[in-house]
Ligand binder design. Structure first.
Ligand code: FAD
Ligand code: NAD
Length: 504
């Protein structure tokens, strides 16, 4: 992407002198902004991070990743969910779990993570500025005081700028959100009580994760999505297992259905909400969680002053180095769109800074993993069956069920599945897709083998600790090779094993 002639001229004027306030100015203190700033500080650059909220950490620490994952952990423990396979469906560590029980753990983890980030910024001598940033020119940013009356401001300049402003939840102006009965995911931390019934609108990652959590607590959940499948980008066999498990947890899935109206009402049973679908169905519940996606938080950035623009969902487009159309302005994290993960945002922040200051890097975005903390957990890396089929790549699969593995029996996970996809001719590992306990940790074994160009034979030739879930890799590899008929094992590419009896 090249700057327009007008912007190029502005650029050359501004970079003709060296007296910028900062070498790098980062807008937004979420995972993307933090890593961009720390990388620049490590290179000895003068750096500042601007954050409009009173606390640093972004959606990741304050409303998204950290609170939702801790909430989930508290639910898994207190509800005894993982032990139900062993001790029966009535097993629970605590009866009558309250929101307060769940939030106790959440707030302590959040405050610890906040300390870690604050310390990191401080230790690296990164200036942390509590203000709202907006562009006044391609190198000039206005910092508006958002504390107190919020009427003070000052302008600063920077040689390079990283925009890491993240996203905010999409809302429909016709829906009367009130933070208790009709909510977005940010409101979960402020709930006063747990609902008995919930309708989740939007079966994306956020909708599926929270729907699973509520269902594990025994809440009756209805999940609505306008698409016919949950989590469209995930291997369909894996999402079929998820949908089965959700239904086992008494969830009702209304897929391929559009929502016509969301109306709060009060009757003798108390305050409730009615969701009317375009098909005429009506769903009544205590609470509605609206999770139909997120939009880039670019509306107050005055992008035009820098020669930039955003699309209809507030996203900024970038090239492979995370440069926007104005080459010294980078954008990273959720504001650039898919995959919108904390893990990926961090890496993008680091890569953007390295590029800005001429530090060579290596990155393989095709091997970025995805961890989805539904119940059961899902994790994937590489290609799925649908992608390979539409690309015309010949492949075979190999599967292992957790119940075939001693560790699966020990922990009582009957549904867990690990699936390998490998090239039919070369046997190179093309994708790993897991649903079940520990999926988001287990995935990294497959990711490493893929990074080194390994084949499915690697798993056959490797000894895994016993009893572990990692053994699923070996079982799945045998399954895959057996599907090939009598084809012999290939020579392992990684760390060739010694012949039996060979003198070492
Ligand atoms: C409920 C939920 C659960 C999630 N779970 C996971 C998960 O399990 N794993 C995972 O990898 N990802 C998860 N994510 C996604 C993850 O949180 C995001 O990918 C990540 O936070 C994006 O980082 P970021 O740096 O782009 O922006 P953010 O974390 O969104 O931070 C952006 C910051 O910029 C600030 N800002 C915005 N505009 C301005 C301005 N004009 N001036 C100054 N400051 C500004 C904002 O206040 C905010 O603090 C989850 C998200 C949600 C909502
Ligand atoms: N574990 C994780 O890594 C994790 C967890 C939570 C969130 N996130 C990130 O946060 C981002 C936002 O998540 P999200 O779930 O809000 O968005 P999403 O884009 O993942 O899903 C939105 C869903 O809502 C559906 N939808 C849209 N409009 C609708 C309507 N009118 N009625 C019914 N359904 C409708 C879409 O079909 C889609 O399935 C994701 O991109 C994700 O990467 C990641």
């Amino acid at each position: 992407m090249t700057p327009s002639p007008k912007n190029s001229q502005m650029l050359s004027i501004a970079t003709s002198h060296d007296d910028f306030t900062y070498d790098l100015l980062v807008i937004g203190s979420g995972p993307g902004g933090q890593r961009a700033a720390i990388q620049a500080a490590k290179l000895g650059k003068k750096v500042a991070v601007v954050e409009r909220k009173a606390v640093v950490g972004g959606v990741c620490i304050n409303t998204g990743t950290i609170p939702s994952k801790t909430f989930r952990e508290a639910i898994m423990h207190l509800s005894g969910y993982n032990e139900r396979g062993l001790y029966g469906s009535a097993y629970a560590v605590k009866d009558d779990i309250t929101v307060q029980d769940l939030l106790l753990r959440t707030s302590s983890v959040m405050s610890h993570e906040l300390d870690v980030v604050r310390n990191q910024l401080h230790r690296n001598r990164i200036e942390s500025i509590n203000a709202e940033a907006s562009f006044m020119g391609p190198h000039t940013v206005r910092l508006r005081d958002v504390r107190g009356h919020g009427d003070g401001w000052r302008d600063v300049t920077a040689r390079h700028i990283v925009v890491a402003v993240g996203t905010k939840a999409a809302r429909d102006p016709k829906i009367p959100f009130d933070g208790q009965r009709i909510i977005i995911s940010d409101d979960i931390l402020d709930l006063r009580e747990l609902p008995r019934t919930v309708t989740v609108i939007g079966g994306g990652v956020i909708g599926c994760e929270y729907a699973s959590m509520f269902a594990a607590l025994g809440v009756r959940v209805t999940l609505i999505d306008k698409r016919p499948r949950l989590l469209e980008f995930v291997d369909h066999e894996i999402t079929d297992v998820l949908a089965y498990q959700m239904r086992q947890n008494r969830m009702t899935l209304r897929l391929g259905e559009a929502v016509k109206a969301v109306e709060p009402f009060t009757d003798r049973l108390g305050q409730r909400v009615k969701v009317t679908l375009a098909s005429g169905k009506e769903i009544v519940s205590d609470m509605v969680l609206y999770s139909i996606g997120r939009i880039g938080a670019t509306d107050r950035l005055n992008l035009e002053a820098a020669g930039l623009s955003a699309d209809e969902r507030g996203r900024i487009s970038v090239n492979g180095h995370y440069q926007t159309s104005v080459s010294h302005i980078y954008a990273v994290g959720d504001v650039i769109g898919f995959p919108s993960l904390a893990s990926v945002s961090m890496e993008q922040g680091r890569l953007a800074t390295c590029h800005a200051f001429g530090v060579p890097t290596q990155s393989v975005p095709e091997l970025f993993p995805y961890g989805i903390y539904t119940i059961p957990e899902i994790s994937t890396v590489g290609k799925n069956e649908e992608e390979l089929t539409s690309a015309g790549v010949p492949y075979e699969i190999g599967k292992a069920q957790y119940r075939e593995i001693a560790r699966g029996q020990i922990i009582g996970d009957e549904q867990g599945t690990l699936k390998l996809i490998f090239h039919l001719d070369t046997r190179e590992l093309l994708g790993v897709h897991i649903i079940g306990t520990g999926a988001s940790e287990l995935i990294h074994i497959g990711q490493a083998v893929m990074a080194f160009g390994g084949t499915v034979d690697y798993f056959v030739n490797t000894v895994f600790n016993y009893p572990t879930l990692a053994e699923c890799y070996k079982t799945a590899a045998f399954d895959g090779i057996n599907r090939l008929g009598s084809a012999p094992l290939l020579e392992p590419k990684l760390e060739p094993a010694k012949e039996v009896g060979e003198v070492v």
